[in-house]
Write a protein that binds this ligand. Sequence first.
Ligand code: ZN
Length: 367
Amino acid sequence: MRVMKGILKLGKVAGISIEVHWTFSLLLIWVIFMELKQGGSLQSALLNVVLILLLFLCVVLHELGHALTARYFHVSTKKITLLPIGGVASLEKIPEKPQQELLVAIAGPLVNIVIAFILFIFLPIQYYMSLDVANLEALLTTPGLETLLFYLWIANIMLVVFNLIPAFPMDGGRVLRALLSMFIGRLKATEIAAGIGQAIAVLFLILGLFYNPFLVLIALFIFIGAYGENQMVKQSIQLEGHLVKEAMLTRITTFHPENSLEEVIDAIIAGTEKDFVVIENDQVVGILKNHDIIKNSKDTRVPVRALMKTSFQMFDETGDLKELLPLISSQKQRFFPVINKDKRLVGAIDMTNLSEFLLFKANLIAN
Ligand code: ZN
């Protein structure tokens, strides 16, 4: 186990890192506090904690359902993060084929259906159902393994029902988008699914303010998720068929590794460029990031060579702009040199520049 930036790494399953966000501990504390406050014993409080942990094990299995189905379609998953409101599997991308998205989305809830079915076999649920309210209540307030598993059964059913609410980007929303995509195309389908998602989010927000603070968190999660995904799909459709060279910056200042930082700073002040490409013998040898320039600006005599990044990604001018969108918006690298087939520098591209292209050029074609 390793603690990093409020994240507890539990380990890896099938090569996927399983992580818990620190706020998850608040949920456990809250559960213990509520049980003790309502006059419960320490034992029943601990049983509640065990129930939550088992429930989140089911959530991890649910997310693995998504991740392993995605892997079947050659989409990898970096990690699964557990938050108090549930789990998130960070898929590298969402499969674009509607049939694949449908299967990936449905695989999570399917895992919970299987768990619920197994519990159903081993628990005397028909007997529970035959009891009257008073007896059932007495049974369900007696701490014990059977009670615990019964609650876990209910929780898994609730997970299925909750996740299938068609609030994009929850599973139900993805199922809806995939189904709509088969008939009206991905762009329109995403717009409709995101719109329904945001409407449900507003409903959750209102209900949450009156009844349950968790619903407010879930509402925000859905709202932001629906908006972000809608934008991403719109942009990627607008960029379809366009090449990197159509959108790249062509008037750029380059530096030699032996140039001094002072010369770079002069260029920053004289123009609007923030990041630079470093060239030696007609080859791109590095990129100079704005962040590194600022960090080292105390001593302006240092050469560019000492500050430049030598491991970076470049794009070919004939590359597809659509392929580049997820890379540019992933924040790992914000500024990319663009080269031609002879590996010579012909320009550079960043998010600002791509946004301008979307605004002025791609929009005219898509609308
Ligand atoms: Zn899911």
